[in-house]
Design a protein around this ligand. Structure first.
Ligand SMILES: Cc1ncc(COP(=O)(O)O)c(C=O)c1O
Length: 339
């Protein structure tokens, strides 16, 4: 079976993790610090503006916590990862759901200007959006699916108050299956989060938590971040391969927008049947977000419902071989009538 997604892990990642595992102290955070520094460097920031955490959901929770979200309204699209709903609920905020654009998975910018509360803006599937807000309320950029995507040649994640990232197994880079990062130009938000993140060996009575990334995770993350250019180029080549077949793929058109190919999303007439046919031929394609997964199926979210009903995601990851791609191509041509 050709999987829909697969992390790309090489000997350098394994060597780095083994070295940390063998050194006896698994929790001195030396590797975590190095990963934060490397991430800061990638975004041209100081390490004061970056903090590593246990995963993307805890990054969201901590971002909401730092923005004092408890009891406030938090706006986000129904067409997104359910993590947004969980983090909002766990912090004790009131969720407010919004629709996405027509035939595009990102939220309308107009909604932010009207929003009377905190907004979480996910850059879905590797497509970055320009966020220019007239609202005085804070915005969290959710960059879990778009690490390295650019607007006007600048990586997204710093357009708003705070940006969050995930290094889950299927993401653009992974830190051993779980991991996350938070960035902000406002270093006091980051230092508040750093204080709250770790309860261990504190001299006061303040309540804190444990949202730490481990050194073994960070050791892999450092190597993966070093390889990100290679990963993004390979993904771009695969996307171009699919595009060369004349397929109706979701994409951005503007010159100053540089997406990354986290997902290759195909608009199609009959996703369910296409998924079955491919499965029979040992290729895993998926509906990237099914209707039942939408955070609400209320009829007013018509663009989200429409997108959920007519899309599939094709395999797109650096370790896909030419042989595998050609097999996928053969099947696409065979079942073209379903697209
Ligand atoms: C857009 C988005 N936000 C948040 C998350 C949560 O990240 P994690 O799985 O690391 O908790 C994910 C990934 O699952 C995601 O795709």
């Amino acid at each position: 079976m050709i999987p829909h997604n697969k992390p790309t892990i090489g000997h350098l990642e394994l060597k780095a993790m083994t070295k940390v595992a063998k050194q006896g102290n698994l929790s001195n955070f030396k590797e975590v610090k190095k990963f934060e520094n490397a991430f800061a460097n990638y975004f041209n920031l100081s390490s004061k503006n970056v903090i590593a955490v246990s995963n993307g959901t805890s990054a969201l929770y901590l971002a909401l916590w730092s923005l004092r979200a408890r009891g406030k309204k938090v706006f986000f699209p129904v067409y997104s990862c359910s993590s947004l709903r969980h983090a909002t609920g766990m912090i004790g905020a009131k969720e407010r759901l919004l629709d996405v654009m027509e035939n595009f998975p990102n939220m309308k910018i107009d909604y932010i200007n009207k929003s009377k509360g905190i907004t979480i803006f996910p850059h879905m599937y590797g497509f970055p959006s320009k966020i220019k807000s007239k609202s005085s309320h804070p915005i969290i950029e959710d960059v879990c699916q778009s690490l390295g995507a650019k607007i006007n040649n600048k990586k997204v994640g710093l357009q708003t108050d705070i940006g969050i990232f995930s290094f889950y197994a299927t993401k653009l880079i992974t830190s051993a299956g779980q991991g996350g990062m938070i960035i902000s130009r406002n270093s006091s938000l980051i230092s508040e989060i750093r204080d709250f993140l770790n309860f261990d060996q504190r001299q006061d009575n303040k309540k804190r938590f444990n949202f730490n990334m481990t050194d073994v995770q960070a050791a892999m993350g450092i190597v993966q971040l070093r390889r990100i250019r290679e990963f993004l180029e390979k993904r771009e080549r695969i996307f171009e391969f699919y595009k060369s077949l004349g397929l109706p793929l979701l994409d951005v058109k503007s010159d100053n927008v540089s997406p990354v190919r986290y997902r290759t999303i195909l608009l199609c007439k009959n996703p369910k049947l296409l998924i079955k046919k491919f499965e029979k031929n040992k290729i895993k394609i998926i509906n990237p977000l099914e209707k039942y997964e939408l955070l609400s199926t209320g009829r007013k979210y018509k663009n989200s419902i429409n997108l959920a009903q007519k899309t599939i995601s094709l395999p797109c990851y650096p370790s896909l071989t030419n042989k595998e791609l050609n097999l996928i191509k053969k099947n696409i041509l065979k079942f073209e009538r379903l697209i």
